[in-house]
Design a binder for this molecule. Structure first.
Ligand code: SF4
Length: 261
């Protein structure tokens, strides 16, 4: 009997200690996870990630095709040729991209360029404000991320985004891959499910292991990526030296994507 009591007291002590330390572990992990998350020491970090796209170098559909291909391939984005298409990176005309900067007399070449479109990872993201389940959230490094398992498919984020940067899975994404393509899916990135919203994630999974976004790598120097809050970073240097535009300034969202014009 005494033995049982001693065992119980010992168990209660361990349980109480675990309860006391659990919040600290969760806090250190940066969120509501009970278990600690091991960080890769090679991971890239920033106070606020930003991207600069040089539209003087990337200006045709052909220029963007390999970038779109690599992005969609590593993120298992299906090719759906209808108005139910899912896209993380795509292109638009000058008028679609810079709707608030129309100029009928502008340089023809500038007007004829294609412009890369993606999530802007806004400083003030309306998509985060309207999400009822916190499935979309802003990370401390400025990346607007998604937890697909929390998404209930209400699409408020799609209505809230002033840039049309989000896609909805009207059908089961895996159904749009052939048997051969299914075998070649990237096993390191989850496929999504029907009824879930998705978008560009600034390649958080690559940053976590020390790699820059796939489109930036594929652009061969025509895209820059770095810490907007670091005056010595490459993006800050480029922003000091070149004239850039951001999309829909009147929306007040403060996009993290800049276009060299
Ligand atoms: Fe959200 Fe749209 Fe801004 Fe991306 S571009 S952070 S989806 S509001």
């Amino acid at each position: 009997m005494k033995q049982n009591r001693r065992k119980f007291i010992k168990f209660a002590g361990v349980a109480a200690a675990a309860l006391c330390t659990a919040p600290a572990v969760a806090k250190a992990a940066g969120g509501g996870h009970a278990a600690p998350i091991m960080k890769n020491p090679k991971g890239l970090e920033a106070e606020r990630w930003a991207m600069v796209i040089d539209t003087t170098k990337l200006k045709t559909e052909k220029d963007f095709a390999p970038l779109i291909e690599v992005c969609h391939k590593i993120h298992n984005v299906p090719q759906i040729d209808s108005n139910q298409e899912v896209k993380w990176l795509w292109t638009g005309s000058y008028d679609e991209t810079f709707v608030e900067q129309p100029n009928p007399h502008m340089n023809e070449e500038l007007k004829e360029r294609s412009y890369a479109l993606l999530c802007n990872h806004c400083e003030n993201p309306p998509c985060v404000r309207v999400c009822p389940t916190k499935a979309t959230f802003k990370r401390p490094d400025g990346i607007v991320a998604m937890d697909y398992h929390r998404c209930i498919g209400c699409r408020y984020c799609m209505a809230g985004c002033p840039y049309g940067s989000r896609s909805f899975n009207f059908s089961e994404p895996r159904d749009h891959f052939t048997e051969e393509e299914l075998k070649k899916l990237n096993p390191k990135f989850p496929t999504r499910m029907r009824g879930v919203v998705e978008k560009c994630n600034f390649c958080v999974e690559r940053l976590a292991v020390g790699e820059r976004p796939a489109c930036v790598e594929a652009s061969k120097g025509a895209m820059f990526f770095g810490d907007l809050n670091d005056p010595e970073s490459e993006v800050r240097q480029v922003l000091r030296e070149r004239f850039t535009l951001r999309r829909k300034p009147s929306a007040g969202t403060e996009p993290s994507v800049y276009y060299i014009i």
